[in-house]
Design a protein around this ligand. Sequence first.
Ligand code: CUA
Length: 181
Amino acid sequence: MPTAIDPPKNRVWWRDPVDKVEITWIVLALIWCLIMFFMMPYWHVYGKQNLSNEAYRSTPELFSQKTQAMVDKYTVRTETDQKIPVVRPPAGSDVYLIARLWQWWPLLELEAGKSYRLHLMSMDWLHGFSLQPENINIQVHPGYEHVLTVTPTKEGTYSIVCNEYCGINHHTMTSKLYVVK
Ligand code: CUA
């Protein structure tokens, strides 16, 4: 019985007939590959957690200016001793969220059923925007502004967790997102 490490007996081994079992597995594997391949575009459109996003080059200065302008205009209250602003921007508007060591800033309060353009950017290193329990997962890079169109459907308090290791306090980089009526 020849094994995989022996040289082939015939020089033109590829002309040997393929065993039925082998061809069956090749066909099955091919069909499965094709299913997986077409699932990618299909799931991008019909799997609701895969957000299409746009990305633009930007700078921390520019992005924090835009965030600050939103905070100045639409802050409704502050939370914790750190006085983190809770911002309630108008429905349909552009909303900004800064990721930085080791904080998400500010807190956003969005209206259920309304769409927003959510802009994300890191001020320093790579962070990850993970929205729980919604299974939304976006890498947040320094130097790039990611824009997602989001429509929160259910009211509640959602958790934002950083899911890219970003240093000693990575595990404390958590926040909240409010969705209200
Ligand atoms: Cu930011 Cu981990």
